[in-house]
Every structure is written in C-alpha cells, then in structure tokens.
Ligand binder design. Sequence first.
Ligand code: TUI
Length: 315
Amino acid sequence: MLDSPICKILGIKYPVFQGGMAWVANASLASAVSEAGGLGIIAAMNSNGEQLREEIRKCKKLTDKPFGVNIMLMSPFASEVAKVVAEEKIPVVTTGAGNPSVYMKDWTDAGIKVIPVVPSTAIAKMVEKRGAAAVIAEGGESGGHIGEIHTMALVPQVVDAVNIPVIAAGGIADGRGMAAAFMLGACGVQMGTRFLVADECTVHDNFKEKVLNAKDIDTIVTGKRLGHPCRSLKNKFSKEFFSKEYDMTVSNEELEKFGTGALRRAVVEGDIDTGSLLCGEIAGLVKERMSCKDIITSVTDECEKLLRGGAKWVK
Ligand code: TUI
C-alpha cells in the first residue's frame, strides 16, 4: 500500500488526482475517480455558478467520498464559481491558468483546501504564503494550457522551493511515471490523458479513439502568440491554428475567433477535424480503455512494485 501525506490531508485512499480537464471533467468522471479512492475533480471551466452547482450536486449523489473542483481562472465566471465552491462546502479546490491569490483568503476561511496548479517555483512560493494546502507542479508535457518548463525539471525545483506537499502532473500515465514522481520528491500525481479514455469519461468516442491511436510525436503546442500555449493532438484544426499563428496578416482577434468553440466541438460533437483535441504528450502510452478503478489500481500497484524494487540499483 502506498503511503503519502496527501492521503491523510484529503481523506483519500490513493495519492492520485484526476485532472480538471476543461469540458471533460464532469460529475460522471469525478465521482468514479473518487469512488475508486483517488481525488475526482470537476472542471468549472466556463460554467456559470448555477451550472457548476448542478454538476456538484450530481456528483454528491454519485459519491460520498471527497472530490474537488478546478477553477479555470481565465473564465469570465471565475468570481461567481469561486463563491459556489464555498457555499457547496467543497473540500478541495484546484486552480489553473492564472494566479488564484484574490480568492485564497475566502476559500481558506471557508475551510477549503486550496491546491493551485503552478508552472514555476515563484508561483508555488506565492501560493504557499497565501495558505495553499499543497501545489500541483504541472509540466509542459500536459495537455491543455501549459507553462514553460517540464515535469522532470519543474517538480524537484518546486519540491525544494516550498514546505507543502507537491503533486506532480504532466507526462504521467502509468506506474513508472508515478514512481518517478515520488523519486523527484512529489507525494502524489495528477493524471489527465489517462482518464480521458476511462469508461466513465463521457468525452465523445471519436476523441477517445484519437487518443488511443496517438503516437509519441502526435501533439503540438499552439497559442503561444496569444500568451496561452495549449497542447493538443495534431489535426486539421491545430495545424491550421499553428500556421495562422505565424501568419502576421492574421490578427489576434481573428486567431481567438478561430479557436472559439473548438474544444466543445471535439468533446461533445466528436468533431476530430475542426475540434481541439486537448491531450498530453503521454497519449502514445495510453492504449487501453479501462474503468477509473482499474486505472488507479494498475497505476498504483505498478508504482508500488517499482518503488519496492528500487534497491536493485544499489550494490
Ligand atoms: O489550466 C490548465 N489547463 C487548461 S485550462 C484550459 S481552458 C483554456 N482554453 C484556452 C486558453 C486557456 C485556457 C485548458 N487547459 N492547467 C493548469 C495550468 N495552470 N497550466 C498552467 C497554469 C498556470 C499558468 C500561469 C498557472 C498559474 C499561472 O500564473 C501566471 C500568473 O501570474 O497569472
């Protein structure tokens, strides 16, 4: 059995978080992960307060285990959903795509454990000062909005920079990645891409098939010109976005407009040509559909075996 301080802090069995993937991480996925002993996370993404409240209530009906909500700070509804998580007494809030400082006092006062995603040591230190219970150090291998450095370099530097638990994210989809994260000083992992193809994940089947068939070099980063780089699978949409980005006759407004609605098209409609298939670099390793329970058990069992066998490298 793996032992990690984050399990005690959050009241979970396994130190495995499911990423709060935009448009994807709903009550179905989050409740299945929490039921399996990990930390399921609902993505508030661009939901307004009442839409989020409805999803939270659905999740509460499906599990009595702790689950979290991820607040995407670039959302126009961020301040509205920030209030809803406190009203609904959500035990854990993770944040992404920005600095959560303005909300942190209200959340910690409400007894919420705040665990921001951090792309750098500076932001990790800042949120620690403001009362974060832990941080998720997310490397650039991740799908979706990413920072500048990658998991192997980011995690140990964040571990050294703060005195709170660090969860590693980005490029982790099996027990090897999880064991490596522990060796870097993390005390848990967050996985997105692996859960994207989980049985309980309601993302369109066309999207799941693209992930299952992806190779190592099949992702691309777009959006750097707009200041929000995003990793997704290569397809007609991402390749066109990429070429428009380097075409100075295309304005930023036109570029933003081209991207609007693309994630919903992929996730909900299964449009794998003109939709945005946000996905991490580790997709090439994800070859099987499984339940959340089987994913968590196989990843943590493999991790445990590897950690026990670590002494083979020492004479
Ligand atoms: O947030 C994510 N991943 C996401 S959010 C998303 S929706 C979206 N769509 C289009 C453009 C932008 C977002 C899709 N995927 N991951 C967590 C994450 N947070 N990655 C990087 C960061 C981050 C970046 C800067 C966290 C803090 C930060 O602070 C900078 C500052 O000072 O504001």
